[in-house]
Design a binder for this molecule. Structure first.
Ligand code: BES
Ligand code: MN
Ligand code: ZN
Length: 494
């Protein structure tokens, strides 16, 4: 999508659609013809200013409007914040999906007491996220439903300031999140560990980033018993993917680790078949991490180096598969008794974490994983679970969560929980018993963190079927984590 700004009188801006915003109690300046349509809608008992309300009309030629259509979006009656504008952007997208619109002029309600910069960023975010569709495997177009055709968004505002830069930030965040959704939507047979590697290499070439991919024989040499163990039951070889964003300056290193489990059948501890198809999404952590790298490649911040590590495999019950009772040795030497082969995420993450920490010596580590069903019991599909050994990092992640509307909530760690992982025969077992399933998974990962600052994000509830909004689809992957981490990096200070 092309983005630009204009200071021209919006009413005379040539477009397929002009978009205006109204608020229930705060006054916005509108062309007379728009005011009178709103007035008529109000008289008819409709409330276009409400958050759910929209009003659209085809202006008469004598009114001098340069657009074929006018859309009025209600901002509701509440306080203004970023999310109000994101939702508004999403609602433009929902409207546009049903009609043929290529070029849109959105008229910024500058009269409102809210920074024009932020309005612009969030409208762009909502519009792009809301326009998302995944049609790759549909061979026939659905009836005559027009595809989303927005090719250009122009924001009309009298103060230009840094509006274009803000729009670019919105574009980068949202397009990167859509890239993560694209990866996640790929089915297991079209998105294997090698597909992850190909994608990383493509980003490396596009943005000139160092990239290193380890295959099975290298993983064997390094003795990554976790990733290799999970991979035993499948015919598809594993990969460990590493991609680096370097500023060339003396700045701290942030390491992002994403679970790249391309399909989770559960292995020998087979999952029930109902709903198993959703386990193609078990790679959303890895997808988010690579999408963040793409965003950094576009935005080129100079305040932090970022390295991404994605352990990738599927989890299948083939005849060589790991069995309950087996004992494996992780990369860092710790032995693990397998209680359930379905608790596989922690095994591949453990190797990626300890190897990545040794190789890249990061100041801060953040991992993202669809790790436990239990986090859905605790937090539903609305909030990501956060566990960490650093209060300051927690605070910054919580802030970034609020800012990006990808909220996170901290759960405790502690020796009581770690104790649940004691094994009779090995250093650890991979399941911590009945209670606190999300926390014991976090406590397992903690065993592979040395004294580095670290946060673990359990996105099992939010990576797909996330809280439905105008810009988040009710079903399917959300791209969660991408805008959250990008916000954290944009605000980065150590
Ligand atoms: N990928 C799943 C977690 C998951 C479950 C994500 C449901 C989204 C929805 C993970 O590998 C898993 O199977 N976890 C087990 C752990 C258990 C065996 C200790 C779980 O949550 O049931
Ligand atoms: Mn599993
Ligand atoms: Zn899994």
């Amino acid at each position: 999508m092309k983005i630009s700004t204009t200071t021209n009188d919006p009413w005379h801006c040539v477009a397929d659609m002009q978009v205006y915003f109204v608020h229930d109690s705060l006054q916005t300046r509108l062309p007379e013809a728009v005011e009178s349509k709103i007035e008529r809608a109000r008289q008819a008992g409709d409330f276009p200013s409400r958050q759910e309300g929209t009003l659209s009309f085809y202006p008469e030629s004598e009114q001098g409007c340069a657009a074929g259509r006018v859309l009025v979006i209600g901002l509701g009656k509440g306080d203004l914040n970023g999310e109000v504008f994101r939702v508004a952007g999403g609602r433009i997208a929902q409207k546009v999906k049903k009609i043929k619109t290529a070029r849109i002029v959105a008229v910024l309600p500058e009269e409102l007491e809210y920074p024009a910069r932020e309005m612009s960023q969030y409208i762009v975010e909502g519009l792009i996220l809301g326009s998302y569709q995944f049609g790759k495997y549909k061979t026939v177009e659905e009836d005559d439903e027009p595809r989303n055709l927005i090719s250009e968004l122009i924001i009309a505002a009298t103060v230009q300031g840094d509006i274009l830069a803000a729009m670019k930030r919105g574009l980068t965040g949202a397009e990167s999140a859509c890239q993560a959704r694209d990866m996640a939507n790929e089915p297991g047979n079209h998105w294997t560990a090698e597909d992850f590697a190909v994608y990383a290499r493509k980003l490396a070439a596009e943005f000139d980033m160092p990239c290193k991919i380890l295959g099975k024989s290298e993983l064997r040499k390094l003795k990554m018993g976790g990733l290799l163990g999970v991979n035993q039951g499948t015919t598809v070889p594993p990969r460990l993917i590493m991609l680096e964003y370097r500023t060339g300056r003396q700045v701290p290193v942030l390491m992002l680790v994403g679970k790249g489990l391309t399909f989770d059948s559960g292995g020998i501890s087979l999952k029930p078949s109902a709903g198993m198809q959703d386990m193609k999404y078990d790679m959303c952590g890895g997808a988010a991490v690579l999408a963040v790298m793409a965003a950094l490649g576009r935005e080129r911040p100079d305040n932090v180096d970022v390295v991404a590590v994605v352990p990738a495999t599927d989890n299948m019950p083939g005849s060589g598969a790991l069995k309950p009772g087996d004992i494996i040795r992780q990369y860092n030497g710790k032995t693990v008794e397998i209680i359930s082969t379905d608790a596989e995420g922690r095994l591949i993450l453990a190797d990626a974490l300890s190897y990545g920490i040794k190789r890249f010596k990061p100041e801060v580590v953040i991992d993202l994983a669809t790790l436990t069903g239990a986090v859905i019991v605790g937090l539903g599909h609305h909030t990501t679970g956060l566990m960490s050994n650093d209060d300051d990092l927690v605070q910054r992640l919580c802030r970034a969560g609020e800012q990006s509307a990808e909220p996170v909530w901290r759960l405790p760690l502690g020796k009581e929980y770690s104790k649940q992982l004691k094994s009779q025969t090995a250093d650890l077992k991979n399941v911590g018993g009945k209670g606190a399933g999300t926390i014991t998974a976090g406590a397992f990962l903690q065993e592979f963190i040395t004294d580095t600052k670290w946060a673990h994000l359990d996105i099992a509830g939010t990576a797909w079927n996330f809280t439905e909004k105008s810009y988040v689809p009710p079903k399917g992957p959300s791209g969660v984590g991408v805008r959250l981490l990008l916000e954290l990096i944009r605000e980065w200070q150590l």
